[in-house]
Design a protein around this ligand. Structure first.
Ligand code: ZN
Length: 173
């Protein structure tokens, strides 16, 4: 999805972990949501299947109770989805200084994901991809497993040194 802001900026929503997108929940719904999490933990049943069902019901409830909110990175305008799935606009009265109000509450210490994917059966020379917010445009496509692996571990080390990685190697082959 792309939103064309009134200032001319474009808000792009095509990946996860966006620092200018949030999920908004009303205080009227917040405590029902917390109660549902408590129930899922305490009363879901002992089997793995019970736990999975409880976890999925929490995810469904989260999707149902939350509205999407976006902030234009150019002018700071806020866009909030309403019941009709339209976007309502809120304009910031002061000049925008570029600080996102929707970025992680952990700020610079947010542990960003590093995701790698390699598939020999892909057509063309590019067989693998790495996704991480710290990689620049064009740095995430690979025609060599060795290069992908090296970039993956260099990036992981870099993130660990900056305390920005959860350290989980998420590579699907
Ligand atoms: Zn804007």
């Amino acid at each position: 999805m792309k939103i064309r802001c009134d200032c001319g900026g474009i808000i792009v929503d095509q990946t996860d972990y966006l620092p200018y997108k949030g999920h908004l929940i009303s205080d009227q719904d917040w405590f029902d949501f917390l109660d549902a999490i408590d129930r899922a933990i305490e009363k879901s049943g002992p089997a793995d299947k019970d736990k999975e069902r409880a976890a999925m019901s929490i995810r469904r409830m989260a999707a149902h109770l939350t509205k999407l909110i976006y902030q234009c990175t150019c002018c700071g305008r806020l866009y909030v989805s309403n019941e009709e799935e339209n976007l309502e606009t809120f304009v910031k009265p002061e000049p925008f200084e570029g600080k996102s109000i929707l970025a992680s509450s952990l700020g610079g210490n947010w542990k960003r994901p590093l995701i790698g994917d390699w598939d020999d059966s892909r057509k063309g020379s590019i067989k693998g991809y790495l996704w991480c917010m710290d990689l620049k445009e064009g740095e995430g496509s690979f025609d060599s497993w060795g290069n992908l692996e090296e970039t993956y571990y260099d990036t992981l080390l870099d993130l660990k040194e900056k305390n920005n990685s959860c350290g989980e190697a998420k590579v699907s082959l």
